[in-house]
Design a protein around this ligand. Structure first.
Ligand code: GRF
Length: 196
């Protein structure tokens, strides 16, 4: 019988990365272990991803950050909800909240960012990367640390810029790269744990 590696996915909006992760990893067998997406969680009651998650057979828990009086109170409730599932890894996929040290002391989390970190940290990465004079753009997967978009890198991939490409086309290319790279990076992290 193979081991089960449990993951929880956090998102705030569209949830396209969440969907890609569920479709490529959930209940699939990988060299000695199976991946189970045991829960999805969002801080945004209006997130489009809530419906996507349900359609994929995984009910989404909503913890609205606006119902809490401080960042710490929200983070404590979020950490508790995650830990209830006893996951091996927590995966941030477009989760638009900065997490406090209190949260990170309890939860081992990774994140995806649409730039070649350490370039273009923060919420405007795609646009800054599109407008920059650089010839390449890309996507990074990294451990979540107390400083925004700054934890150790797990995976990174570059794509060449295409002359005359619109911002919409550029975004779509980066998104499809994310949808392949993130499941690969998650597997890499889970495999390291299995062999420990
Ligand atoms: C992605 O571009 C991701 O890199 C960033 O937020 C976006 C989320 O998109 N952190 P989606 O909700 O997965 O469609």
């Amino acid at each position: 019988m193979s081991l089960t590696q449990k993951i929880v996915i956090l998102f705030s909006g569209e949830g396209s990365n969440m969907e890609a992760i569920i479709r490529s990893l959930h209940k699939k067998e990988f060299e000695g272990f199976q991946v189970h997406v045991v829960a999805t969680l969002t801080n945004n009651p209006n997130a489009k991803g809530i419906e996507r998650s349900k359609e994929l057979g995984i009910p989404c828990e909503v913890i609205d950050h606006r119902a809490f009086e401080s960042r710490e109170a929200f983070d404590a409730a979020l950490a508790q909800a995650i830990l209830a599932h006893r996951p091996n890894l927590t995966v941030l996929a477009g989760f638009m909240r900065i997490l406090s040290p209190l949260f990170l002391r309890q939860i081992r989390a990774i994140n995806i960012h649409p730039s070649l970190l350490p370039l273009f940290k923060g919420g405007n990465a795609m646009q800054e990367s599109y407008l920059s004079p650089m010839k390449v753009a890309g996507v990074s997967v990294h451990y979540v640390s107390e400083e925004l978009d700054s934890g150790d890198l797990i995976a990174q991939e570059a794509v060449g810029k295409i002359e005359g490409e619109s911002f919409e086309e550029f975004k779509a290319r980066l998104h499809s790269l994310e949808h392949r790279l993130y499941p690969e990076a998650i597997l890499r992290v889970l495999k390291e744990k299995v062999t420990l």
